[in-house]
Design a protein around this ligand. Structure first.
Ligand code: MOS
Length: 761
């Protein structure tokens, strides 16, 4: 029926790629830790990497959507005749003719991944301003777009709660926040605050943000009988397959999701309504369908980061030791999604304090479901917390790094658990030395260069170490000694395939070009989702388990004629393209030899990663220090970020080239959060008013200064290979570091993101 986009990526040595520097020749071990270039880089640069909206299927139709213009109510009438008669149109789908489908399961109720658990196009009800109310299929995209413009919808609007200033008055404390308690109370923090000789008590606000991955959300779908093939741009293959199966009443094995390349995810490339609608329309039309959202469509159908109002109050004794740490506030959410924006989480783990009150509430609104967006919670939570610490340091005339040092905890301050590994103080020291922190003038507004006032700021970065259980991998070694490692993982630009090939090569004692990493296909052993900065390490653990199972199997088939005869798996190392006795390289047999003697074409083993039990015992977090230098114009109030430096403690770094890119990307997103990004939401209508890259400002090349990134590279003894995740920590702390630098430059505190020039004039 079609050629599947099964991805099988093999390492191409840099020397073979035009224009890249030759790499030094290395032994078969030691790939981990090397700055190996992307193994998928050549495919992307050469244009042969095929993304979800580039899959061509015979007889395929193109989809366009009609979006609701009210936030809540009912469709009173919908006229589709003109659209149906337009050139090239094959089908107009509305709630009247859409197939019956079950509502998708939400993320927290049964493993679904849907951005929301609302039913999709099943009746006349409208749930948010922008919801899809009709879908048009036509022979070309242009015909579909034109016909969609001919659909006429009339509504019976119902009163909608679209004004946060009203909604926040009805805010409620949820039962839990991402499976943690919504409130953590230790001692009487309010009382301790009033008694403290030094204190700050401030409110901070952060706006909505939209996802703006360069690749628009897209899916190409086809039914083969009752089997659904979904070429998707997703960071959640298995969850998508399972949830789609539930929606259409089929078995998870009857849904195959392929997603070999994703052009940016950041938490937004999950299951939203467009994949469900495309699959429903394909079923109705009896033909394959491609749907690619417009940029506006992404704003209407794919949620982003929600807004928060936060209070941070800190009391400190005469020496600056915290006696009270209060972080509380409210985030907007809907009744049908699962992302409460856990902004109080950083304060649960970062600082010692005599008492704590950390509590967050939720204000439900009638809007598109908000969702995870790079370091949800931590990115905006560190803005408030780390600005407040800077404000306290200012009132005490203490250096802000020194104030943090005085409150460095010995163990997790709210759980009491030991840290698995924590070198935040070193990250600050290293960062301060490299950034030239000693050149900061502690008195705001004194450093000038013509019209520009110059300031420096610092903040802590933090992101938890997460690992989701149940991930499996398979390894197959063929008669030539080539290994194929398979798991349903994701590559959305962060270097997954490269790093996993590096690890597998070391693990199996093979050169990098003898390993193929196969991923991006839900038909492979169930893998980690690319979320929570945990895919890399979770996959390492699964591959390690599979390698152990494979070694057992190899020993078994090697038999008594092998130099390995009589050895137990625990005595074995993988080296030089085969197995050897640890400490005795003369007892060695190559994989090809083992297989040939056994008369086998291949040997394979599949295993699941063990449960990540270390997480129950230890408090596991990556941390870091963010430094910023800004210039603020006296004339226009414009902020220019001149230099940024991130100094991270994330355990062992597996590939410094890929890691530096992840850190920098996160920091750039933090720059956007600090200065430019804001979804403008009309409180009267609940409509997003700036659904385009022209009006929603992400940092562009001219906004981004030199970004220096360094790391401790100290392995975490309790994480697989000593590595914790690095995908999200880069954005955390950046908003505060820049806000603190703006204060240092100007003497003006902006507690309301983004820091636009009107707030500085
Ligand atoms: Mo991330 S927000 O878990 O993709």
């Amino acid at each position: 029926m079609m050629e599947f986009a099964r991805t099988a990526l093999r390492y191409v040595p840099d020397a073979l790629l035009p224009g890249t520097r030759p790499k030094p020749v290395r032994g078969q071990h030691g790939h981990v830790g090397e700055p190996v270039s992307r193994i998928d880089g050549a495919l992307k640069v050469g244009g042969t990497a095929r993304f979800a909206a580039e899959v061509k299927l015979d007889g395929m139709l193109y989809a366009a959507l009609v979006h609701s213009t009210i936030a809540k109510g009912r469709i009173a009438s919908i006229e589709t005749a003109a659209a149906e008669q337009a050139p090239g149109v094959a089908l107009v789908m509305t709630h009247r003719n859409a197939p019956r489908m079950k509502a998708p399961k939400g993320m927290m109720d049964g493993g679904g991944v849907a951005g929301s658990s609302l039913p999709v196009m099943q009746d006349a009800t409208v749930h948010w301003n922008g919801e899809a109310v009709a879908l048009v299929l036509a022979e070309t995209q242009e015909q579909a777009d034109y016909a969609a413009a001919l659909v006429r919808v009339a509504y019976d609007p119902a009163p909608a709660l679209t004004d946060f200033s009203v909604a926040r008055g009805k805010a409620k404390r949820p039962d839990s926040v991402l499976m943690e308690p919504a409130a953590v109370t230790i001692g009487d923090a309010e009382k301790a605050l009033t008694k403290a000789p030094h204190r700050v008590d401030r409110r901070y606000t952060t706006p909505r943000h939209n996802h703006n991955a360069i690749e628009l959300h897209a899916a190409t779908v086809a039914w083969d009988g009752d089997t659904l093939i979904l070429h998707d741009a997703t960071q959640m293959l298995n969850g998508t397959a399972g949830t789609m199966a539930g929606v259409f009443g089929i078995q998870p094995e009857q849904v195959r999701v392929l997603s070999p390349f994703v052009g940016g995810g950041f938490g937004g490339k999950g299951l939203w309504t467009h994949q469900i609608l495309a699959a429903a329309a394909a079923r109705l039309a009896g033909r394959p369908v491609r749907i690619m959202l417009s940029r506006e469509g992404v704003y209407r159908l794919v949620g982003g980061r929600t807004l928060t109002e936060q209070r941070v109050a800190i009391g400190a004794d005469a020496e600056g030791r915290f006696t009270a740490l209060i972080h509380e506030g409210v985030a907007a959410m809907t009744a049908h999604n699962n992302c409460p924006e856990q902004f109080t989480f950083p304060a649960r783990h970062l600082y010692a304090a005599g008492s704590f009150r950390l509590e967050q509430t939720i204000a439900e609104m009638d809007m598109l479901a908000n969702t995870f967006m790079r370091a949800p919670g931590e990115s905006v939570g560190t803005f408030a917390l780390e600005c407040a610490i800077d404000e306290l340091a200012e009132t005490m005339a203490v250096d802000p790094i020194e104030l943090r040092r005085r409150n460095e905890p010995e163990c997790d301050p709210t759980s009491g658990n030991a840290f698995s590994s924590r070198h935040l103080t070193k990250a600050f020291d290293d960062g301060a030395a490299r950034f030239g922190w000693d050149r900061r003038d502690p008195v705001p507004g004194r450093r000038r260069e013509g019209e520009w006032r110059i300031g420096m700021g610092v903040a802590t970065a933090t992101y938890p170490y997460l690992r989701m259980p149940g991930n499996a991998a398979r390894i197959r070694i063929d008669a030539h000694g080539h290994a194929t490692v398979s798991t349903a993982g994701h590559e959305m630009g962060m270097g997954t395939a490269t790093v996993q090939a590096q690890h597998a090569a070391d693990r199996l004692g093979l050169p990098l070009d003898s390993v193929t990493f196969e991923y991006g296909d839900s038909a492979l052993p169930a893998g980690a989702m690319a979320g929570g900065s945990q895919q890399t390490v979770a996959t390492l653990a699964a591959v390690t388990a599979a390698a152990e199972a494979l070694i057992k199997e190899l020993l078994r088939i090697a038999g008594n004629d092998s130099p390995l005869a009589g050895l137990r798996p625990a005595d074995i190392v993988a080296v030089d393209g085969g197995l050897a006795q640890a400490g005795d390289p003369t007892r060695h047999e190559r994989y090809a030899s083992i297989l040939s003697r056994a008369g086998r074409d291949a040997v394979e083993a599949e295993a699941k990663a063990p449960l990540p039990l270390e997480m129950l015992k230890y408090s596991m977090h990556s941390t870091g220090a963010q430094f910023a230098e800004v210039a603020v114009s006296d004339v226009t109030g414009e902020v220019r970020v001149r230099r940024l430096l991130g100094s991270f403690d994330c355990g062992r770094i597996l590939n410094p080239k890929a890691a530096a890119s992840q850190f920098r990307g996160g920091i750039i997103m933090g720059l956007g959060l600090a200065l430019t990004e804001e979804t403008l939401f009309d409180a009267r209508t609940g409509r997003v008013m700036n659904p385009s890259l022209a009006e929603y400002h992400v940092p562009v090349h001219m906004d981004v200064p030199e970004i220096d990134v360094i790391w401790t590279d100290l392995p975490d003894p309790h994480a697989p290979l000593g590595a914790r995740g690095i995908g999200e920590i880069g954005i955390t702390g950046v908003g505060a570091a820049i806000a603190n630098a703006v204060y240092n430059a100007t003497g003006t505190r902006v507690r309301d993101l983004p820091i636009t020039l009107d707030k500085l004039l």
